[in-house]
Design a protein around this ligand. Structure first.
Ligand code: HEM
Length: 550
């Protein structure tokens, strides 16, 4: 009867078969991780408790090593916390791994955008999109980052003024800085990617509500075990799925309008010509502008929408979370805070930062790197093996390596790598200076492990190349983040503008907490007192900012 019922409904069959495929591939695979992988005996309750998933995995990593298997009844997945094995998965044998369950979760939202895309689509789109993040575009963006950060500063200014004028003028303003930084990040990504001003710092709009709705759903899905939303009827029957479809429709309409608008004003050119454009003359400098204007561009609206949606989601919460946790760390480390402030005051002062300033802000750069080490976004990368493979033994694993089977699900725990006691001295201590030091760990017979500032490929910002995959804030290999320069510049500008002007302190340091999502969130928001640090800058000082494209 059930078979006949399913047979009779094409749509339903699709949904069920997808779900069953998912369940059979991803959930019943008792021996995907060969015989010699150490097994950590997990309890489902360990993953469902108050503690975020990545914290539970850390505990098991310390007990079971850099490659271990977790078995929950019929479901098994392999957790990797060893930089050598991570390098193998992300770089040396990356063609054997796709995004597995993550792609299935994100496909309804991002379509064939870079993150969930199949290999063929990914190759074409990556080649098309990467040149969009060229130097002239980033130079143009930095002005926009400053302008948007000043809007947040104006909001904080108004809150401090209102608190001072209130009945208890001795009480400073209190704001949830996680929310303020999310709004700042949303406005920046909207302008930078498709020249749309969400205006979320100053107002609420249906599009903003829809974006936050979709982000929330993406997060819900990434922490849910069975992808029930693949069943077609859930779209109509489950209230949160109905809301999700409605939110998606609002965003799609907005993106489609923007794409159509950009196409109407299309000015076709070669990539080289686009990359050397005079951006002071481009009114709507954005990634969308670049993608539309490219000669031979794939002008399919659906693909373009998928690309933009992917960038919106990938670039918003991640950067906001980096700013949030950097502020969190600085508020509790007065010495590091004082060093950052001294640098910002002497190098930038009241004007807005320029690209050239970053070379002169080494301590701020290391501070952001240290916050990304301690709070990597996302804390776990997900992969699934497309074919059989042998994972290398890594730093201290089984010399025979670890054979794994096709369909094996892997969690690369960036959190574990970044907090590994084998790779970092005092891994739980916030200490930006560590990025100027080599760390030689006797546990590996004096072999270098950890960050090496002299390594080939070391750049202004520490990265996976200079640390040999001990530090991979933007991933590594072929699927490495394409927005890394955009994001790091944005975080620097926002922090320079806000730290210069305000003094932030946590209202309840113990109450902030952590929660797993696509990124690491606070559990309860980050309520801070906000006070003016210096007198407001003179109009002349602000006028000294670099000219902006109008
Ligand atoms: C991929 C982190 C900002 C777009 C990634 C990956 C990481 C990452 C770790 C690799 C994921 C994996 O291998 O599974 C971050 C962090 C950011 C940030 C920490 C902020 C500080 C951005 C921004 C954009 C962006 C601003 C776009 C404007 C992407 C895209 C991918 C990606 C499209 C997929 C690349 C591919 O598969 O080819 N990001 N990201 N990210 N990121 Fe970012």
């Amino acid at each position: 009867l059930i078979y006949a019922f399913i047979k009779g409904k094409g749509n339903l069959t699709d949904g069920l078969s997808r779900l069953l495929t998912e369940v059979s591939q991803g959930y019943f695979q008792p021996d995907v991780g060969g015989k010699n992988i150490p097994v950590a005996q997990g309890e489902l309750s360990d993953l469902a408790g108050d503690e975020p998933l990545f914290k539970a995995l850390y505990k098991w990593f310390l007990e079971s090593g850099g490659v271990f298997k977790l078995e929950f009844g019929p479901k098994a997945f392999i957790v990797v916390s060893d930089p050598v094995v991570v390098r193998h998965l992300l770089k040396e044998n990356y063609t054997n791994y796709d995004k597995g369950v993550l792609a299935e979760i994100l496909e309804p939202i991002m379509g064939k955008g870079l993150i969930p895309a199949d290999m063929e689509t990914w190759k074409v789109r990556r080649r098309a999109i990467v040149p969009g993040f060229h130097r002239a575009y980033l130079d143009a963006c930095i002005n926009m980052f400053g302008r948007v950060s000043l809007q947040t500063a104006a909001k904080l200014e108004a809150a401090t003024a209102a608190a001072a004028a209130g009945p208890s003028s001795a009480q400073p303003a209190v704001l949830d800085m996680e929310t303020e930084l999310l709004n700042l990040g949303l406005d920046i990504i909207g302008l930078g990617v498709f020249n749309y001003d969400f205006g979320s710092i100053t107002r609420e709009s249906p599009v903003i509500k829809a974006v936050y709705g979709v982000l929330k759903e993406a997060e819900h899905r990434s922490t849910f075990y069975i992808p029930y939303w693949n069943l077609p009827l859930t779209k109509y029957l489950v209230p949160r799925q109905r809301k999700f479809s409605a939110d998606l429709a609002v965003i799609n309409e907005c993106l489609n309008e923007l794409i159509d608008l950009a196409k109407k004003t299309r000015q076709v050119d070669d990539i080289e010509a686009l990359q050397t454009r005079d951006y002071s003359k481009v009114k709507d400098a954005s990634l969308l502008r670049f993608l539309v204007d490219m000669r031979d561009a794939d002008l399919d609206n659906k693909q373009m929408r998928d690309d933009l949606m992917t960038m919106l989601i990938a670039g918003h919460e991640t950067t906001a979370a980096v700013c949030t946790w950097t502020l969190f760390c600085l508020m509790q480390n007065e010495e590091a805070e004082a060093k950052c402030l001294a640098e910002i005051d002497s190098v930038v002062g009241d004007r807005l930062p320029t690209m050239d300033d970053f070379a002169k802000l080494p301590y701020l750069r290391m501070t952001i790197a240290e916050s990304m080490r301690m709070y990597p976004q996302p804390p776990i990368l997900i992969r699934r093996a497309l074919g059989d493979d042998v994972l290398p033994p890594g730093l201290n694993g089984d010399p025979n390596g670890y054979p794994i089977g096709k369909g094996a699900d892997l969690f690369i725990s960036t959190w574990n790598v970044h907090r590994s006691p084998h790779l970092w001295k005092d891994p739980d201590t916030f200490r930006p200076e560590r990025f100027t030091e080599r760390f030689e760990n006797p546990a590996f017979g004096g072999k270098w492990a950890g960050y090496n500032p002299d390594a080939q490929g070391a750049s202004l910002y520490p990265n996976e190349v200079s640390s040999d995959f001990a530090f991979l804030p933007f991933g590594g290999g072929a699927r490495k983040c394409i927005g890394d320069q955009f994001a790091i510049t944005e975080a620097c500008v926002a922090l320079v503008v806000l730290l210069r002007r305000f003094r932030f302190r946590l209202v309840d340091p113990q109450g902030v907490g952590m929660a797993t999502g696509a990124t690491i969130h606070t559990a309860n928001g980050m309520k801070c007192t906000v006070e003016r640090r210096l007198a407001p800058p003179s109009p002349a000082a602000e006028a000294a900012q670099p000219a902006m494209a109008s």
